[in-house]
Design a protein around this ligand. Sequence first.
Ligand code: NAI
Ligand code: MG
Length: 358
Amino acid sequence: QSNKHYKVAVLAGDGIGPEVMAEAEKVLQVVADKFQFGLTLTPALVGGAALDASGEPLPAATLELCKQSDAILFGSVGGPKWTGQAPDKQPERGSLLPLRKTFDLFCNLRPGQIYPAFAELSPLHPRVSSQGMDVLCVRELTGGIYFGEKGRTETDAFDTQRYSVREIERIARVAFDAATKRSNKVTSIDKANVLQTSILWRETVERVAQDYPGVTLEHMYIDNAAMQLIRSPQQFDVLLCDNLFGDILSDEIAAIAGSLGLLPSASLNGSGFGLYEPAGGSAPDIAGKGIANPIAQILSAALMLRYSFGEEDAARAIEQAVQHCLAQHIVTRDINPKSTYGTAAVGAAIVATLRQEQ
Ligand code: NAI
Ligand code: MG
């Protein structure tokens, strides 16, 4: 019997958020039982739902709950109802940006996989997708060109990119640590033939690599990486990227994987705290119909167990149960248009698989 106990702020949000979150919560309760840790899941309003209830996309009470918690499990926010809001009241900008800032979530992790049973979902099917893909994109999230000095006049404009050794080091460590739990390879992405920040990036990553003798490091220019990903994605394990390059490559990886409904993400601050959410949005086109794919949300919960709580066995059990259901073609319509399984049926199948396996 263990005395581990984790407190999770559950911010389901808008659109399909509450539908897929309900399934993730069931999965979490089952693994807590099975792997013997305590779990308190406390819901709070965020996004458009919070805006409607309180006039704020991130109410003070929600932020306070997050501060009292060990991790945030986030659904998705936004939708056509709230597009006319002022920027700081927009569900996405008004909730995710302040959360990233408050908790210094400098690291964004996005795994992307091609599942053998569904290789045909990939736009690169069959020549490339049949070789498979299992990559983890590690993206710096709070520095670089998005946050540098910027300005414009009538006739010109500028953005600046600045990275400190400290910023590069901390994101590099996350990538190397992750690689040791995967296939021990890091590909660091830069444009060191042109950019000063990239030269510092490369030097710093080289130095961090010395602490990880078991991990192979390679450097790749961003333009080549964009090309290599569509030619032979199976050559990659962990991709280490700055904010801008990671933004682009993570979406390229999502496209190669084929379905947004399968892709989780994690945003971390290095102290174990993190925000976990599906890579997709609130999917207003299918919200309320009970047909959204819950897997991205469920895999986000698995990432939370791995990166915030160190519950690797529980995380793997969830990932294996998901693979098992995919292999049995228990999937929603985004994966197979002819499927009759809905959100709850897929969630229930994953729960049942977890209960069976000992
Ligand atoms: P989206 O990701 O919500 O939807 C794109 C397409 O993917 C839609 O056809 C949708 O049905 C499908 N899709 C996404 N997740 C799915 C799932 N779990 N199962 C089945 N199908 C799924 O992106 P879109 O349409 O650009 O944005 C919709 C709203 O979501 C907007 O208000 C946007 O601002 C917001 N959004 C929120 C994000 C967040 O909360 N982090 C991220 C991206 C968008
Ligand atoms: Mg993007």
